[in-house]
Design a protein around this ligand. Structure first.
Ligand code: ZN
Length: 264
């Protein structure tokens, strides 16, 4: 609450605009795993998975869903209603999160040895800028088989060569390690490469599409489809899909869970 108040004082116009949008937004009641209580969730915008926003912790549906998957997969079976209470169960897991902000990062920051990163064009990989580690998913600086858990949220569609990125995730995970991730994916279609990279040059096969991303610019290189799962099996990352299971929001959010196999 104090953080919210301090933010409102520093950015009054931003907060006023947000509240004006909230007043006009569709809403429903649902649990916020980050706040640990029932909240009114605001749809805000056309996307379901990027909507149903908690105004206290700013989490979206897919962010809360990913946190619930972590509890389900890594927990002791006790069931936790608050992700912050659960994080202690993850101590000892070598965890890498391919982002540096957001409610999940805030909660995981107390995990000893957790690494968080962004990609910056002019910073050496493994180095840092303003205290933020620089990593490229296509060329990770981590040693082979050194990570228990990799988490990425809606970043792989922005990677120039996603096959290389999945290969790097496979390389850096320990055998049996997990990559838990979200990515926009239309399971009724096949994967479409919107922007290919040929001899280091970007070739646009479709008009450019951008997602909001203040750090990378947000160009979408790949629209993922149903063949993502077969491609991941071929790369030694057999993958299952976890669908959201709560109130009217069922089927709006999906999280991918890959387990590193030793077969590649
Ligand atoms: Zn919340």
């Amino acid at each position: 609450m104090l953080e919210t108040l301090a933010h409102a004082i520093r950015h009054p116009l931003q907060v006023l605009r947000l509240y004006a949008r909230l007043v006009r937004s569709d809403r429903l009641r649902g649990s916020c795993i980050f706040c640990g209580v029932e909240r009114t969730l605001f749809r805000l915008g056309p996307s379901n998975r990027d909507g149903f926003y908690c105004r206290y912790c700013h989490s979206t549906l897919r962010q809360r869903h990913l946190a619930k998957v972590l509890i389900e997969r890594l927990g002791d079976g006790c069931g936790y209603s608050c992700f912050r209470d659960f994080v202690g169960q993850m101590q000892g897991l070598v965890t890498y999160v391919a982002q540096s902000t957001g409610p999940l990062v805030s909660a995981l920051a107390r995990l000893e040895g957790a690494r968080f990163s962004e990609f910056f064009h002019d910073v050496p990989l493994g180095g840092s800028w303003n205290g933020i580690r620089c990593e490229d998913l296509q060329a990770l600086s981590f040693a082979d088989a050194s990570l228990d858990l990799v988490i990425s949220q809606d970043v792989l569609e922005h990677v120039r060569e996603p096959k290389r990125a999945f290969g790097e995730i496979w390389r850096t995970l320990k055998p049996g390690g997990l990559h838990i991730f979200s990515v926009p994916c239309d399971l009724a279609k096949k994967t479409v490469t919107r922007v290919a990279v040929v001899d280091g040059v970007e070739v646009f096969h479709h008009p450019p599409v951008y997602h909001e991303d203040t750090i990378r610019g947000g160009l979408v290189y790949t629209d993922f489809g149903s063949d993502l799962l077969d491609n991941l099996v071929a790369q030694g990352l057999p993958t299952e899909i976890h669908w959201f299971r709560e109130n009217e929001l069922q089927k709006f959010s999906y999280i991918f869970i890959s387990t590193k196999s030793n077969l590649v």
